[in-house]
Design a protein around this ligand. Structure first.
Ligand code: HEC
Ligand SMILES: [Cu+2]
Length: 347
């Protein structure tokens, strides 16, 4: 008995699809989930896999079957295929099936998106700012004050609304463990929601190629208990780290301490996302640890490091990562304050 080629291909295709689906479902594509939004997205991903593996296998099978059955045999070099044109039944079929599949998958994806983006009571708003090449965060405090920080700390089980902005170029705020990702676009605010469900540290990644330092544009989302969050807010919003509404420039306190405090404040909000400095309580790792790197440097050297960072590159680091426009984005007073502050803590 001769086996029919189409029947052989159907059997091969069915086995390959089953294997492909099994492998796709066994592979751990994502890190352990840490937000309420993760499960529906993982399920959506699995469904897409289950649907697309047989389509891929089907297309490959038809190609292989054609090569196998309709290949040119010796003596057929100058022959053309039979002149066939049009098969209405087949065309209706291959238009209708993909259309039904696309509409169903789109509807399903839309319901998932609507569910995970649902507004919830007691939402905590966190402002996220992307700037080459670091993330900064801001929390609204009581009394209209704002806590600006380079640490992302989130209370477990509380819905979070991230309001994402970019200063310079397009970045993309991505927390793989939460499965949420949104572009940060200069000139507009984009939003994404997540409700953390697991205590721990989760990577924050920039997912849009944004320049030389893109690969190091990372940060950590630290999910803690609500009580730990409250005490963190209290600790982090000590006056030096807080940018009050319009209080910049300071004024009445004694000159020396005031300049250093202002320098520290400038450091925390502009430099801390990349540099560790014990005195300022920052823990960035993109640039050198300034707790030790500045030892023995004069004020002039520190000033050059800030306004012209590419003039002298610290060993083990890349040029072009530290922003070279601080002389434009900061006032002369702020730079003086920074230099005074850094010189005083590096002695
Ligand atoms: C986007 C990350 C980033 C930011 C923001 C940043 N830096 Fe840097 N910084 C670096 C990197 C990377 C280096 C090492 C390469 C180099 O020397 O330019 C560096 C080097 C330095 C050095 C030289 C250290 C040494 O070994 O002598 C100093 C000082 C410094 N930064 C201060 C600052 C200050 C002050 C600010 C804020 C006004 C700041 N940086 C903001 C990434 C950053
Ligand atoms: Cu980026």
């Amino acid at each position: 008995m001769r086996r029919h080629p189409v029947a052989v291909m159907v059997v091969v295709g069915a086995i390959a699809s089953a294997l492909g689906i099994a492998i796709a479902l066994i592979i751990d594509w994502f890190p352990a989930d840490a937000a309420k939004q993760a499960k529906p997205i993982d399920t959506l991903y699995d469904v897409l896999m289950i649907v697309s593996v047989p389509i891929f296998v089907g297309v490959v099978c038809v190609i292989l079957l054609s090569v196998w059955q309709f290949r040119m045999r010796p003596g057929q070099e100058r022959q053309d295929g039979p002149p066939i044109h049009g098969n209405t039944r087949l065309e209706v079929f291959w238009t209708a099936i993909p259309a039904i599949m696309l509409v169903s998958l789109c509807s399903y994806a839309y319901t998932v998106l609507r569910d995970i983006e649902e507004k919830e009571p007691n939402t905590l708003v966190v402002q996220v700012t992307g700037q080459q090449f670091a993330w900064r965060y801001a929390y609204a405090l009581d009394g209209g004050r704002t806590l600006e920080t380079t640490e992302l700390v989130l209370p477990k089980d509380r819905p979070i609304l991230f309001k994402v902005r970019a200063i310079d170029v397009i970045h993309d705020f991505w927390v793989p463990a939460f499965r949420v990702k949104i572009d940060a676009v200069p000139g507009m605010t984009t939003e994404v929601r997540a409700t953390p469900t697991r205590i721990g540290r989760f990577e924050v990644v920039c997912a849009e190629l944004c320049g030389l330092g893109h690969a190091v544009m990372r940060s950590t989302a630290r999910v803690v208990t609500p009580a730990a969050y409250t005490s963190w807010i209290a600790r982090a919003s000590r006056p030096a780290a807080v940018a009050g509404g319009g209080a910049a420039g300071g004024g009445d306190a004694s000159a020396g301490g005031d300049a250093a405090a202002a320098g520290r404040e400038t450091f925390v909000s502009n430099c801390g996302s990349c540099h560790t400095l014990a005195d300022a309580g920052t823990s960035g790792t993109v640039g050198p640890d300034l707790t030790s790197a500045l030892r023995g440097q004069s004020e002039a050297e520190i000033r050059e490091d800030i306004v012209d960072p590419d003039a002298k590159i610290t060993e083990g680091f890349q040029p072009g990562v530290m922003p070279s426009n601080f002389s434009e984005t900061l006032t002369a007073e702020q730079i003086d304050g920074l230099v005074t502050y850094l010189a005083s803590v590096s002695r």
